[in-house]
Write a protein that binds this ligand. Structure first.
Ligand code: BGC
Length: 507
């Protein structure tokens, strides 16, 4: 694995090997993504299990017995939704705390905290004897997600050799999709284990959490984090170790410089509100809104429930969720392959058209063939599953990974960590909204929900067309000159900032 990589473009060329040590660090850290994916995927299966419903949500279980009364409303229960959504609310709050811990103590302890939160959360949810224990467990898992999602992507970007940064960043999303897929499989098998299958399903997250905990004892701290905290000698040593070459002075100097510039910005959150921060800030926030309003998590959280709603038996429903899981993983590889070839914009635009068509077809079939009561005929149900799969494909190579990649590459260093923390918590907020509202929306809007998401897809496609510039191949610290300044809309904020600096100089 002795690939020598160096930066291209106007960025300085730093010597680096893709060392075995970096590879091990990437794999261990990415387990944070796997646990996140597992948590996303597991709740849908568990909330469709009768043993679980009977124990914690007997009224939902009662309602489910009268399946034919109303297809769209059998799972509509605020507490049941709180079981899924509490995790995202906790993650939202935790990511601000995590951002402070990340800068003050480092990326490595932040990951260790994440795994401890995960382990306690898993213990409480898998061992729950009442609903309070269950929800507190979900909240602790949410803290794990908040800490993990803040530290892992930053860690990956900081230890990756420059030329491999894009690909390594998407490894995080890949692990998220693998986690969702494993959860779907676990749901499928544990659904037949009575009465404690749900405990096994929820307890399964302990395995990656233990790997992350012990793994995070052997990984290194990132050089940037060490230097940022004035541990320059240790930072230099760490850099030498991860790069696998002796001559690291140039990269070391560049990190020291970047840290010096960043340290002059006393309040990065205030800096985020300045006009010059607006393009990455607004685009980053809208990407989170749009990523969630594609409707993806209506499928990821609730796939088994959704498939049961359209008339599948419980087993077939869980199996269909496994299939969408595989497609999600495989299509992420397409994203990894294409993102630096076709560019970001092409993927966003292509998938908007692609996902729109799928949502419309699903909506039309449900509106026509699935009444409020009754079930969907076999052929129609098959078409629905096929289009759900095609839809997941489109998401997995575009709005999924790019929702994380674009915010991580468009902020300048001085606002990168703060900006990313805000984007992570926005993502969690919109996930919470979807998790909390989806089953009620399904009940109130019925098949109309698919037209609702279609409308959002049109909006996001137009936004991508006019407002998201191409960032493929642009060195990370040249966004301002090469992307924002020439852009027909965003340039106004750059000019405003230049004027502002002129005035400051004059006074
Ligand atoms: C999104 C999740 C989604 C997952 C699906 C992630 O990028 O943030 O909300 O469930 O992709 O693969």
């Amino acid at each position: 694995m002795a690939v020598v990589v160096s930066s291209s473009g106007n960025a300085p060329a730093f010597k680096a090997k893709m060392t075995v040590y970096v590879f091990v660090c990437v794999v261990i850290a990415a387990f944070g993504g796997l646990i996140f994916g597992y948590d996303i995927g597991i709740s849908g299966g568990v909330t469709a299990m009768d043993d679980f419903l009977k124990k914690f949500f007997p009224s939902v279980w009662e309602k489910k017995q009268h399946v034919h009364e109303n297809n769209y409303c059998k799972y509509d229960n605020q507490f049941l939704q709180l079981f899924t959504s509490s995790l995202y609310l906790a993650a939202l709050v935790a990511s601000f705390l995590a951002s402070a811990v990340c800068s003050k103590l480092g990326r490595k302890p932040t990951m260790q905290f994440a795994s401890i939160f995960f382990l306690i959360g898993v213990g409480l949810t898998a061992g729950a004897v009442n609903i309070v224990m269950l929800i507190i467990g979900r909240i602790l898992l949410g803290f794990g997600v908040g800490f993990g999602n803040q530290a892992v992507p930053l860690f990956l970007s900081e230890i990756a050799p420059a030329q491999l940064r894009g690909g390594l960043n998407i490894v995080f999303q890949l692990m998220v999709t693998i986690g969702i897929f494993i959860a779907n499989l676990v749901n499928y098998f544990t659904a037949t284990v009575h009465p404690n299958g749900w405990r096994i399903a929820l307890g399964g997250a302990a395995i990656p959490a233990v790997i992350l905990l012990f793994g995070s004892l052997i990984i290194c701290e990132t050089p940037t984090s060490l230097i940022e905290r004035n541990k320059n000698e240790e930072g230099k040593e760490a850099l030498r170790k991860i790069r696998g070459v002796d001559d690291i002075n140039e990269e070391y100097e560049s990190i020291v410089n970047a840290c010096e510039i960043a340290s002059q910005v006393k309040d990065p959150y205030r800096k985020l509100l300045k006009p010059a921060s607006r393009p990455p800030f607004i685009i980053g926030m809208l990407l989170q809104l749009f990523q969630q309003f594609t409707g993806i998590n209506a499928i990821m959280f609730y796939a088994p429930v959704l498939f049961q709603t359209v008339g599948f038996g419980s087993d077939a429903a869980l199996l269909s969720a496994v299939i969408t899981g595989v497609i999600n993983v495989l299509s992420t590889f397409v994203g990894i392959y294409l993102v630096d070839r076709t560019g970001r914009r092409f993927l966003l635009l292509q998938s908007s058209v692609h996902m729109l068509i799928c949502q419309l077809i699903i909506g039309i079939i449900l509106a026509k063939d699935l009444g409020t009561t009754g079930t969907l005929g076999k052929p129609q149900a098959l078409v629905v599953v096929i289009f759900v799969c095609v839809y997941v494909m489109g998401f997995a190579w575009s709005w999924g990974p790019l929702g994380w990649l674009i915010p991580s590459e468009t902020f300048p260093l001085e606002t990168r960590s703060a900006g990313f923390a805000v984007e992570v918590s926005c993502n969690m907020f919109f996930k919470f909204v979807i998790a909390q509202a989806f089953l009620s929306m399904l009940c109130g809007m019925r098949s109309g929900i698919f037209f609702f998401f279609s409308a959002w897809i049109i909006v996001m496609g137009l936004f991508a067309m006019f407002f998201i510039p191409e960032t493929k191949g642009v060195p990370i610290d040249e966004m301002r000159e090469r992307v924002w300044k020439p852009h027909w809309f965003w340039k106004r904020y750059m000019l405003a900032e230049d004027d502002h600096q002129d005035v400051e100089k004059r006074t």
